[in-house]
Design a protein around this ligand. Structure first.
Ligand SMILES: *[C@@H]1O[C@H](CO)[C@@H](O)[C@H](O)[C@H]1NC(C)=O
Ligand SMILES: *[C@@H]1O[C@H](CO)[C@@H](O)[C@H](O)[C@H]1NC(C)=O
Ligand SMILES: *[C@@H]1O[C@H](CO)[C@@H](O)[C@H](O)[C@H]1NC(C)=O
Ligand SMILES: *[C@@H]1O[C@H](CO)[C@@H](O)[C@H](O)[C@H]1NC(C)=O
Ligand SMILES: *[C@@H]1O[C@H](CO)[C@@H](O)[C@H](O)[C@H]1NC(C)=O
Ligand SMILES: *[C@@H]1O[C@H](CO)[C@@H](O)[C@H](O)[C@H]1NC(C)=O
Length: 584
């Protein structure tokens, strides 16, 4: 009741435009926004040898414009090889603005997909660091040349508009190159969660699967409008390719911006088009044939549910949107003829619209110009999806259960021998969306469990390597709405979200690495919206987050509490001893 009284006062006080209302006095909020989903990629122990500012751009009115582009020349004092390369994106917002999606490409291959926070005060800033060691092939062979130096093209998209809200984003993209051993790391390589074990040895060649797939293109995402829209790029791969992994970048927009909360009908929510249920699957095709997929992790954008939840601590994965890997090695026999083949990207059950791009990572046989390959088994029955919906007017419920098992197996005979790669993936998914009290109360529950294993056998018997990835992502979301005076809407919400990822790597029968990422986030708060406006006029929120990453050598732990835009507690530890005690 007290909240309702407060909101009445607010409706009266803040009767002007949304832009002025989002503004919180700068002294009262933490200006630096954070997303600690992953441990920091830049180590403090060993500083990078070279740091190069590769792009600086101010994004003001850039909706519908091509990406900002700059020429990149590699610093001669940092020659290949590098034990680690880190991309750092620093952005500051001049004023209040909506959240936007941005991406960075090098020579047409996407390096980072990110969401900006909702800047609520002038001077809001944040930094995204990503381990980009897996893209070594791109930094090593830049595709253009001017005189004796080779140059690459760095580009960045951030479609902003400063027409209604004044904020412009000033962005810097910096690359950090390390040389020499990194202290405390094994294999001469970093087992950072973004350097998943599929990329433990970076690829030799990376080919973009995107809009502008010209070899030195600026790069650009594909726009996917719906279920049947499957854009493709024609890609010709070297005939000595012995391993291929497709990495897919994705973000969702408009009617699918919060797909994880969509009901299985469109009449709900004022006849809106937020429909198709809370299930999506991102997948790839090779010459039209299904080649594997993943249910996306539902990253909650900084403007979603309640922007005050995600200020200044972003939702899990928001600053570095997860990418989805498909090992395409079993399909190599279709691709090794030297001709271009169509690699397509799609989203099952999608609504307008998704932005997708892919990078095809290729490892070649340096000792021969030609390898031979064959398919052993391609068993990919479509996911079994059960949909159930019962609605009466605005109330009701939808439930979607999905389950599936795929198996792709193929051999490649190269100078290393005859290797059979078998990819197995098991998925179990459940989504429930319920709406009651004439649309006033809604409840969303989702869980996705995915187990993927990639095993490589030599001469059909000896296991050379096995990578297992187990991902679990439960999400719960409750919202209740009350109509207030003057058509305003008072909304209370609560979110609980987790990302758990366990990676096991075995080589020659020995366990090489086990890593566990366990992130949890809880947020609750309220919002006041004026009728017909998507921007809230008032809001409040608090969040508690904990991030834990552990592998055989290290443990990283961070826990954060944020209340009303201010970080109240921020604990960081390079040892998990304290929590182990707490858990025991
Ligand atoms: C902001 O902080 C100042 C000083 O700490 C305080 O006087 C003021 O009431 C606060 N404003 C709001 C809107 O919380
Ligand atoms: C990049 O270099 C090329 C060739 O030297 C030049 O034509 C182009 O204008 C440069 N682009 C930018 C953004 O500086
Ligand atoms: C970007 O780099 C320039 C030049 O080093 C610096 O003046 C500016 O403050 C940086 N901006 C951000 C947002 O980091
Ligand atoms: C948008 O930003 C640009 C660059 O800062 C500025 O020149 C322009 O006046 C702004 N437009 C509006 C409508 O504020
Ligand atoms: C799906 O999107 C494509 C491409 O925009 C469009 O041509 C087609 O009509 C759409 N199909 C449906 C069923 O909306
Ligand atoms: C490689 O092994 C597979 C099955 O183990 C076999 O069918 C294939 O003929 C072998 N290829 C070569 C070139 O030996």
């Amino acid at each position: 009741m007290r909240n309702l009284l407060t909101l009445l006062i607010f409706t009266v006080t803040f009767a002007s435009t949304a832009s002025s209302l989002l503004r919180i006095p700068a002294a009262n909020v933490t200006l630096e926004h954070l997303d600690p989903t992953l441990p920091p990629a830049l180590t403090t122990k060993t500083p990078p040898k070279c740091s190069v500012l590769v792009l600086h751009h101010v994004f003001a009115n850039t909706a519908g414009e091509p990406p900002a582009v700059s020429n990149y020349t590699h610093p001669p004092e940092c020659p290949f090889p590098w034990p680690r390369v880190v991309l750092e994106l620093t952005i500051s917002a001049s004023d209040v603005q909506k959240d936007r999606i941005a991406a960075v490409w090098l020579d047409g291959a996407e390096l980072l997909r990110t969401a900006t926070p909702v800047p609520m005060a002038p001077g809001t800033f944040w930094t995204v660091q990503k381990d980009v060691t897996r893209y070594t092939a791109l930094f090593r062979r830049l595709c253009g040349s001017s005189g004796i130096t080779t140059t690459g093209i760095v580009s960045m998209m951030l479609e902003n508009s400063n027409a209604t809200l004044p904020g412009v984003f000033a962005a810097n993209v910096t690359l950090h190159f390390y040389r020499g051993p990194l202290s405390g790391e094994r294999f001469g390589y970093v087992v950072h969660p973004t350097a998943k074990d599929l990329y433990r040895r970076p690829a030799d060649i990376i080919l973009p699967v995107s809009q502008d797939n010209g070899e030195c293109g600026a790069g650009f995402w594909f726009r996917v409008e719906n279920d049947t829209d499957i854009p493709a790029a024609a890609v010709a791969i070297p005939r000595n390719t012995q391993r291929a992994v497709l990495e897919i970048f994705a973000s969702y927009h408009a009617h699918d911006e919060s797909w994880y909360a969509n009901p299985l009908r469109s009449a709900y929510d004022g006849g809106g088009s937020f429909a198709n249920g809370g299930f999506r699957q991102i997948y790839a095709t090779v010459d039209g044939q299904f080649a594997g997929g993943h249910i996306p992790f539902p990253v909650i954008y900084p403007g979603s549910i309640n922007p005050y939840f995600w200020s200044p601590v972003a939702a899990i994965g928001a600053f570095n949107l997860p990418t989805y890997d498909l090992d395409l090695t079993p399909f190599l026999s279709y691709l090794l003829d030297g001709q271009p083949h169509e690699i397509g990207l799609g989203v099952r059950d999608s609504q307008p619209y998704w932005l997708l791009a892919g990078n095809l990572h290729l490892w070649v046989d340096e000792w021969s110009d030609l390898v031979s390959a064959g398919v052993v088994e391609i068993k990919a029955p479509p996911l079994k999806v059960n949909r159930h919906a019962e609605w009466r007017n605005s109330d009701g419920g939808s439930e979607i259960n999905a389950e599936g098992l795929v198996r792709f197996s193929g051999w490649v005979s190269s100078s290393e021998g005859n290797m059979t790669t078998t990819v197995r993936q098991k998925v179990k998914f459940r989504s429930q969306v319920e709406v009651q009290n004439r649309g006033a109360v809604s409840q969303v529950e989702m869980t996705n469990k995915e187990r993927t294993s990639i095993a490589v056998l030599k001469s059909g018997q000896q296991t050379i390597s096995r990578v297992q990835v187990f991902v679990e992502a439960p999400l719960q979301l409750q919202t209740s709405r009350v109509k207030a005076m003057g058509g305003a809407l008072f909304e209370k919400a609560r979110v609980s979200h987790q990302l758990q990822e366990v990676v096991n790597l075995n080589e020659n029968g020995q366990a090489l690495e086990v890593s566990v990422l366990m992130d949890k986030q809880e947020a609750e708060g309220s919002l006041l919206k004026r009728d017909g406006q998507s921007q809230p006029v008032w809001g409040s929120g608090s969040s508690r987050s904990s991030y834990k990453y552990r592998d055989r050598n290290s443990c990283y732990l961070r826990s954060l509490t944020a209340v009303e835009g201010i970080v109240k507690a921020d604990l960081m530890s390079a040892s998990c001893a304290s929590t182990e005690m707490a858990e025991a």
